[in-house]
Design a protein around this ligand. Structure first.
Ligand code: F6P
Length: 473
């Protein structure tokens, strides 16, 4: 097997399994931002990517895909249930998002998480060249850094945490809190979305492990009795801003945006929400606010519509099943009360769309609603901004989304304050073009300056600095 100098380890491979017309199976690049960001780096470095192919019991040999060596890690149906749906998405996900839903602590889930993390670490160790850099992604794989360091002390290891890291008072609920911290501290660089996430992590390390922390450095004792300095700091992730702007310039996509507005009956204000259907996104709060605005008569369905895209996600996890029922009941009620034959209050789409259609929706929307109750970053906020090359449109942004740290020119809201949210929606609907332009230009500057390639370059530069120091020793 060819060995790689750069190895990415993520829960999912950067490809999706697709069936062609003659019933044969193939692979298609996944649409995600991380995949797009890392593609040029992986090509340049002849990199390898270790990940799950996305279906239970799918055993696939390593293969080449568009310049990247892909190393599939198979998961049985039981492991999908216990490691992915269970521990990752019904323990860690709700706990790390401030217990918006109640985390379930099940020992069999933890055991599967340990077993699967071990398998990912073994796969990464088997494909990494001597002295290689390994970059582990996200909360599904928190034990991989330490497992890898033990197996392969020659590697330089990075870990990026895409979701929030909670305050210690919540984190300490986790029955395996020490093991998870030790797992993460196997990395030389531990990246977070926000400064608060990094400081929550450092505090948990101080309280649980009693290690010394100073600014962004954590002194970690190694097995041989020496100590090393792990770096734990914020590297806010971003998007491939240029590709959104390029799509927004395309005449067919601009025409599609006009067609979407037409199809909605050309209301004065189109509000838009785009989320995975997840309880962290504050979709119910947004629906409630819009429903009350209609109820109060501040807006009517002839002049305002809310388009809500809620893409299917984690559909076998109980809290997601429940949320879908609640949202669909709310949409049905609001529409039933307010629709006319010609106009709808909420156009609800429980579907995923290609990027072209998303950009058309962004261009069609006067007001983008990001009302997350807790969110690591929220890339949709950045995608909306990157698409508004016309410097029009208003972004309403929850202060509980990581993006709020950078996007100070958005209309900032607390989604729990329904009256405040309603006022912000009214203000956005009535905002003069000059103010929209001023805000949007400032937002666009931020997103363009700190795009995804700057993000991956800065994280890899931090890892390079560690490697250079090691080599000098
Ligand atoms: O942002 C968190 C995250 O888990 C990502 O790792 C992933 O791309 C996204 O949410 C979708 O989740 P899933 O892989 O569970 O479908």
């Amino acid at each position: 097997m060819t060995l790689a100098d750069l190895v990415v380890v993520a829960n999912r491979l950067p490809v999706d399994r697709v069936s062609d017309a003659d019933g044969g199976d193939g692979w298609r690049r996944s649409p995600g931002g991380l995949v797009t960001a890392l593609e040029p780096v992986m090509r340049r470095e002849d990199g390898a990517w270790v990940g799950w192919p996305g279906q239970p019991d799918l055993e696939v040999e390593p293969f080449e895909f568009e310049g990247t060596h892909l190393v599939p890690v198979a998961l049985s149906a039981d492991e999908v249930e216990n490691y992915y749906e269970g521990f990752s998405n019904d323990t860690i996900w709700p706990l790390y998002h401030d217990v918006i839903a109640a985390p379930q602590y099940r020992r069999v889930w933890w055991e599967a998480y340990v077993r699967v993390n071990r398998r990912f670490a073994e796969a990464a160790a088997s494909v990494a060249a001597e002295g290689a850099t390994v970059w582990v992604q996200d909360y599904q794989l928190q034990l991989v850094p330490q497992l890898l360091r033990t197996a392969r002390p020659d590697l330089t290891i990075g870990y990026f945490h895409h979701i929030p890291f909670p305050a210690y008072g919540l984190y300490s609920q986790l029955p395996w809190r020490r093991q998870v911290l030790e797992g993460l501290l196997g990395a030389d660089v531990i990246g977070f979305q926000r400064v608060t996430d990094a400081s929550n992590f450092a505090r948990a390390v101080r309280r649980q492990l009693r290690y010394e922390t100073k600014a962004t450095g954590i002194r970690v004792p190694d097995a041989d009795g020496t100590t090393r300095l792990a770096l734990a700091k914020a590297f806010p992730i971003s998007i491939d801003a240029t590709s959104y702007a390029d799509l927004a310039r395309r005449p067919d996509i601009r025409a599609r945006a006009a067609e979407i507005r037409e199809g909605l009956g050309n209301p004065h204000t189109v509000f838009l929400g785009v989320d995975r259907l997840d309880y962290t996104k504050g979709i119910r709060h947004r629906l409630k606010a819009f429903g009350e605005i209609l109820e109060d008569g501040r807006l009517g369905v002839e002049n305002a519509t809310l388009v809500q895209v809620a893409s299917p996600s984690r559909e076998r996890v109980e809290s997601y099943i429940q949320l879908r029922d609640e949202i669909e009941l709310m949409v049905g009620r609001i529409n039933g009360d307010h629709d006319t034959v010609g106009h709808t209050a909420i156009r609800y789409l429980h579907q995923a769309f290609p990027r072209e259609e998303m950009v058309a929706l962004f261009l069609a929307a006067d007001v983008m609603l990001v009302t997350a109750l807790r969110d690591g970053m929220n890339l949709v906020a950045k995608e909306y901004v990157a698409s508004r090359i016309d410097n029009r449109g208003v972004l309403i942004l929850s202060e509980f989304a990581g993006a709020a740290d950078e996007l100070g020119s958005a209309v900032r809201i607390n989604p729990h304050d329904i009256d405040g949210l309603k006022d912000a929606m009214m203000r956005a609907a009535e905002m003069p073009a000059a103010e929209q332009g001023r805000r949007m230009r400032a937002l666009r500057r931020k997103v363009i300056e700190n795009d995804i390639s700057a993000w991956s370059a800065s994280f890899l530069a931090a890892l390079d600095a560690v490697r250079t120091q090691k080599d000098a020793r």
